[in-house]
Design a protein around this ligand. Sequence first.
Ligand code: NAP
Length: 476
Amino acid sequence: MKGYMLIGGKKVYKQEEIEIRFPYDNSLVGTIPRGDEKDIEIAVEAAKIGYEKLKGMTAFDRAQALQKAARLIASKSKEFAELLTLEVGKTIKESMGEVGRAVNTVTLSAEEAKRIFGEEVRFDAAPGVKNKIGFFRRVPLGVIGCITPFNFPLNLTCHKVAPALAAGNAVVIKPSENTSLTVIKLAEVLIEAGFPPEAVNVVTGYGEEAGDALVRNKDVRMITFTGSVETGKIIMSRGGLKKYAMELGSNAGVYIDKDQSFRIKEIAEKVARGGFALAGQVCISVQRVFVHEEVYGDFLEEICRFTKTLKVGNPLEEETDVGPVIDKGAADRIVDWIEEAVRMGAKVVCGGRRLSDTLIEPTIVKNVPHEARLFSSEVFGPVILVNKVSSLEEGIKEINNSPYGLQAGIFTNDLKSAFKFAEEVECGGIMVNEIPTFRVDQMPYGGVKESGIGREGPKFAIEEMTEIKTICFDLS
Ligand code: NAP
């Protein structure tokens, strides 16, 4: 069936199409139109009308529509989950988890729609000012461009679109070319739930073409982007004067203290799950593990034992734990990085084999040097490196030895160590006795350094997606 975009509530087809393929066996899932600059212009014009129409919806109306959208997504859980597995290649268990989270994100946004507040400004606190009274309000920006990645096409699009609509903004979405069908389905649900059709637009196509046109469009007041650092930098250099929210990559680190031998098995399993979920293609996947020398040997043994029990294969099968990576190019790069680290002195202690074009065994590598890309960059694949350290201070130093700073974790029984770690590690989120992969959708989420700018989580995204208007009355 020919794929379509959604502009002003209308299905738009195009001659030129892009194929979407199942990462596991490369079979055809569907097609999407190759949208271009003209389509973006039409979608932005539609969104401007959508924004005007949204002004007729009260906070209550917007909350009601989002609640209805959440119910609709929940009622179509199975359909959404199957499509997610076919587009992303994540396991069906992971897809069901993503649908549940999307329902929660939209529900949280509905609740926040009713809590967009300003406050009184004390004008008479300035010398000589009398009889002036006023306040500020948070008002929507207008049209927001949402650019989303392949790995969580449903929930991460909800993290942009639901807060935007909650605050009264219209959107134009450019989804990843690999995973656009899920996003079209989400937009249809939002319109069915009661939002003006012109307020929710999706233009499919290539990042460099449709994405770039959205970024450059002068009527788009903000770009909210989730994706790689490289793309984030390009967007900010081309978009000109507008707001930006940037949710970028990382190579998350975790430190395991010397007092953890009593639960090393439990920690090893947690770390492996955090590194191999979605075949390591999560922005907060555990990539770098630093273990105190007193528990290093036991940790390595336990993590390898558990990793070998994981079932790698067809993500449509219920019992599969680890599915494929997104495409052959990604798998080529990941294998190349493992080989590079080995050439530099690292050792693969379990896994490491390539099982097909896109399937890579969950892999543990030890003694990885700082110069290896496996240490310094984001691997975005099923690979965890485990290095030995001799103190908390060294663990903190190693974790901070990264261009990124999204989330980090520490396992310790010592309160002072936990506080020191939380103070000194340069990240947007610190997890104590938890892996850095932990996230709930209401928390402020985002990075420092090259991991980004701004925070998501509906309450925090709404702050980014509104601006302050000051209103002052002279009563003299
Ligand atoms: P990506 O290659 O950067 O692509 C992200 C989006 O940007 C896609 O829709 C892409 O379109 C589009 N794009 C590419 N070039 C563009 C340009 N010049 N102008 C405008 N848009 C452009 O990222 P990805 O591979 O899909 O996702 C993986 C990355 O996302 C990882 O680095 C991961 O850490 C990060 N991520 C971060 C978070 C977070 O919350 N911090 C969450 C999830 C993922 P095409 O698909 O058509 O190229």
